[in-house]
Ligand binder design. Structure first.
Ligand code: NAD
Ligand code: UDP
Length: 350
């Protein structure tokens, strides 16, 4: 029988790629998104690519009555929970908004799931919960650290909440996926990352310099104890990440309790290596300047992905060239992101 999955935040960057993967794998999908950081144009594109549409409901995970009606109306067997706010700097300025959306919103969602008797949940956590580990690569059994901002603390709080929940009620089957640095776009160039305003993250910033929207990349710090002095991260292709969610969703049919998996490649690249890889993959030159470190940044961070490979049978297969070419295919075909196409489209709703 076809399973129906509720995807919160499914219009967003990672949620839209995962919705596509779910539809392609034969699932029925209900997306709940309040569009505070996205456009449902992403879901129009997903429907074209999959030749099948997700049901879109514009609404908020903090709306308990709406959640109850969704669980009553649709035979939902599991939830992929992407909805949340994710801008680190904004979280410092507006902590209550972050705790309300990310922590209280998750509480409301879990309460509605329990009322509906739906206990299978896959959550978007982050490598930020490790704080500043002293050893690389990072394994899931490393102690969680002290995230340096309210965004990171909201992810850690939700993981702790899940641990308590799984202790209190054995029906819960929860996967917390700790993402490293998601980048790239679907190979078609039809869906991708569409940040609001000036991007905070490296790849969206580089691609907006490439398209001419921004003048040059500022490289934050070249005095870290790394290969070339610039920060090192584990960049993972968003389509690999989406596949990881399908594997976790399947794994949680036969497991109970809280399970944590890193989703990363196991390889770290520096900012300058990323810049060069983008230039080489796309035949472009990206102007940059070296500036001071960004407060709160750590020197390096990469995953040990062995647990996900052993337990989920998942590993990342897409390398740097794919990440760079796919990012540029999306950015060059959609210089304004979804904005222009969205204005031309009819609304998509339940
Ligand atoms: P995104 O902003 O593109 O997607 C999040 C979606 O959730 C958006 O469509 C937004 O409109 C929606 N949303 C936010 N609050 C909501 C609410 N209260 N009710 C309903 N919908 C709501 O972000 P993304 O990059 O796709 O990230 C997805 C998840 O993964 C987030 O939880 C994020 O914290 C986590 N994550 C992202 C990264 C990253 O680098 N992109 C890294 C680690 C973890
Ligand atoms: N970075 C940079 N310039 C930018 C954005 C990011 O030099 O405009 C660096 C940042 O210091 C870090 C790496 O790129 O070393 C990845 O940063 P991002 O914000 O994408 O991810 P995170 O810091 O959350 O790992």
């Amino acid at each position: 029988m076809t399973e129906t999955i509720l995807v919160t935040g499914g219009a967003g960057y990672i949620g839209s790629h995962t919705t596509l993967a779910l539809l392609e794998a034969g699932y029925d999908v209900v997306v709940l998104d309040n569009l505070c950081n996205s456009s449902n144009e992403s879901l129009h594109r997903v429907a074209q690519l999959a030749n099948k549409a997700a049901l879109f409901v514009e609404g908020d995970i903090r709306d308990a009555a709406l959640l109850d009606s969704l669980f009553a109306k649709h035979p939902i067997s599991a939830v992929l929970h992407f909805a949340g706010l994710k801008a680190v700097g904004e979280s410092v300025r507006e902590p209550l908004r972050y705790y309300e959306n990310n922590v209280a919103g998750t509480v409301t969602l879990c309460q509605a799931m329990a009322r509906a008797g739906v206990y299978r949940l896959v959550f978007s956590s982050s490598a930020t919960v490790y704080g500043e580990p002293t050893q690389m690569p990072i394994r899931e059994d490393f102690p969680t650290g002290v995230p340096t901002n309210p965004y990171g603390r909201s992810k850690l709080m939700v993981e702790q909440l899940f641990a308590d929940l799984a202790q209190s009620e054995p029906s819960w089957r929860i996967a917390a996926l700790r993402y490293f640095n998601p980048v790239g776009a679907h190979h078609s160039g039809q869906i991708g990352e569409d940040p609001n305003g000036i991007p905070n993250n490296l790849l969206p910033y580089i691609s907006q310099v490439a398209i001419g929207k921004l003048a040059q990349l500022a490289v934050f710090g070249n005095d870290y104890p790394t290969v070339d002095g610039t920060g090192v991260r584990d960049y993972i292709h968003v389509v690999d990440l989406a596949d990881g969610h399908l594997k976790a969703l399947q794994a949680m049919t036969s497991r109970s309790g809280l399970h944590i998996w890193n989703l990363g490649t196991g390889v770290g690249y520096s900012v300058l290596q990323m810049l060069k890889a983008f230039e080489q993959a796309n035949g472009l030159t990206i102007p940059y300047r070296l500036v001071a470190r960004r407060p709160g940044d750590i020197a390096e961070c990469w995953a040990d992905p062995a647990k996900a490979e052993e337990e989920l049978g998942w590993r990342a297969t897409r390398g740097l060239t794919d990440m760079m070419a796919d990012t540029w295919r999306w950015q060059s075909a959609n210089p304004q992101g979804y904005a222009v196409a969205a204005a031309l489209n009819e609304p998509l709703s339940a």
